[in-house]
Design a protein around this ligand. Structure first.
Ligand code: NAP
Ligand code: MG
Length: 482
């Protein structure tokens, strides 16, 4: 077999016990390579090596740690065209999005490089005379990172960069659908002057290597992004060992469009939020909650915007919407289209599978109307290029519908009224709120995360990340006599 790509364990590239093929979803005749599947004993080797390496890492000077993170980030940014193309080839997002993702991933490393030097703690006098108190943060130890395929490089980077910056060792289990991006990032990290075993890549299936990693008593913290169902399994595994953990899961984000909305802003935000990345975004707005006064005008303009989107090969110029990531995902999307019709929605446009020049998992983005918030279609995360319009009579009903969901990652509103926008910002039951912006699209220096079934544990990104990757130590020191 040619084109074999291996795992990175304890400082060496290690052959797998088996290999899986990585297929291009824009052209299933294109096989990107064969990717190693780590065995359980190889995972144990990684866990073992991480312990000594992490100890050495905490003794490494802060400027060296900072320089390493800076090198990784700068190389990713410099190579974002090349690595973005690889990402788009294996995941299916349009080339501009693939390049943008790699560049952003690099920014996570340069941002956390700076955070390495932001050392601060508290000192205090004890309530006991002659005793001093020192409060500081220490690394957790070995961190398990389990990441999804939809933002294969960015999601992993916003976990790996703070984990390393705050002094931890990392065991990374990426999604098996996007191993090439994982290997590319690992290759950059592998060339840095860091202790062998500090960073380990263990590709393999979630149900075997992922589950074993989450269950390991050798792991000190787990950061997981993925589906709600797997998140609950991770939580159960972590609870057995009382391992600290964090979950970023699915959502069912609403975009409210009020009667005073700027219609250009509304259509642009809804189009980007619903169909960007083929709808395969935890921040996608699959519920468009629209005021009845402007409902017909919005649907008319949205229908034009939706049907004008160019679906195509991710690497082809002009493509705005790539394929679904896999056949399974495409079938799930088409299944949700059947459900929409069964539940009584009208299909304004799109929703059919497409046959293009290359065999891939293509689908025309769909706009649905006649939606009711109690429909299963409007309760479950779709992860599809589909949006359903839910008509409401006024702002109060819009807010109620927006909040009537088991999830709570992002909630958005399009309005020209400052008082409505402020009320919405305060009363939306979500971790992130967007005013006159798409639900998707967040920064890297501020916290990201959700409420209800969308998240559990500390926020990710910005300075909030240290809540997961560090632990607090309070020391009492008896002052000596001179
Ligand atoms: P997934 O099926 O939950 O997989 C996520 C990761 O977990 C993959 O690496 C997967 O491995 C692994 N995994 C699967 N079963 C496991 C188990 N029993 N134990 C440990 N690990 C296991 O999710 P996905 O389909 O890749 O991603 C889509 C989901 O991610 C959506 O629900 C989306 O909303 C969510 N998401 C959330 C955010 C956020 O920040 N809130 C961001 C992006 C995506 P395999 O490679 O074998 O599948
Ligand atoms: Mg692939």
């Amino acid at each position: 077999m040619s084109n074999l790509t291996n795992n990175f364990i304890a400082g060496s590239w290690i052959e797998g016990s088996s290999y899986v093929a990585n297929i291009n979803p824009s052209d299933t005749n294109d096989t990107i390579g064969q990717y190693a599947q780590a065995s359980i004993s190889q995972l144990e080797d990684a866990l073992h090596a991480s312990k000594a390496a992490q100890q050495k890492w905490t003794e490494t000077g802060l400027e060296q740690r900072q320089a390493i993170l800076m090198n990784i980030g700068e190389e990713m940014m410099a190579r974002s065209a090349e690595l973005g193309e690889l990402l788009s080839r294996e995941e299916g997002k349009p080339l501009a999005e693939g390049k943008g993702e790699v560049y952003r991933a690099g920014q996570f490393f340069t941002y956390y490089a700076a955070e390495v030097l932001r050392q601060s703690g508290d000192t205090a006098d004890s309530v006991r005379a002659g005793v001093e108190v020192d409060v500081r943060r220490e690394a957790m130890g070995t961190v398990a990172i389990i990441s999804p395929w939809n933002f294969p490089t960015a999601t992993a980077s916003w976990k790996i960069a703070p984990a390393l910056a705050f002094g931890n060792a990392v065991i990374w289990k990426p999604a098996n659908l996007t191993p090439a991006s994982a290997v590319a990032l690992t290759e950059i990290i592998s060339r840095q002057d860091m202790p062998e075993g500090l960073f380990n890549l263990v590709m393999g299936s979630g149900s075997s290597i992922g589950q074993t990693l989450a269950e390991s008593s050798q792991v000190d913290a787990i950061s997981f992004t993925g589906s709600y169902d797997v998140g609950r399994q991770i939580a159960a595994a972590a609870a057995k060992n009382l391992t600290k953990f964090q979950l970023e899961l699915g959502s069912k984000n609403p975009l409210v469009i009020m009667d005073d909305a700027d219609m250009d802003v509304a259509v642009a935000a809804a189009t980007a939020g619903a169909y960007g990345s083929t709808g395969q975004k935890c921040t996608a707005s699959s519920r468009l909650v629209v005021h009845e006064k402007i409902h017909d005008e919005f649907v008319d303009r949205m229908s034009k915007s939706t049907s004008s989107l160019k679906v195509g090969h991710a690497l082809e110029e002009g493509t705005q919407i790539g394929p679904a990531v896999s056949e399974q995902q495409l079938n799930s999307n088409l299944g949700y289209m059947d459900l929409a019709r069964k539940e009584g929605c009208e299909v304004v446009c799109g929703g059919d599978a497409l046959e293009l020049a290359t065999p891939g998992f293509y689908m025309q983005p769909a706009l649905l109307t006649g939606g009711d918030n109690s429909m299963k279609l409007n309760r479950e995360e779709l992860f599809a290029p589909m949006a359903c319009v839910i008509k409401v009579a006024d702002y109060d009903e819009a807010l109620k519908v927006a909040n009537d969901t088991d999830f709570g990652l992002v909630s958005g509103i399009i309005t020209r009224s400052l008082s409505r926008a402020s009320h919405f910002r305060r009363n939306a039951e979500a971790g992130c709120v967007m005013v006159n912006l798409p639900t998707a699209g967040t920064d890297y220096h501020v916290p990201f995360g959700g409420r209800k079934n969308s998240s559990f544990g500390p926020r990710e990104q910005g300075q909030y990340a240290k809540e997961l990757y560090t632990q607090v130590k309070t020391s009492y020191i008896l002052a000596g006599n001179p």
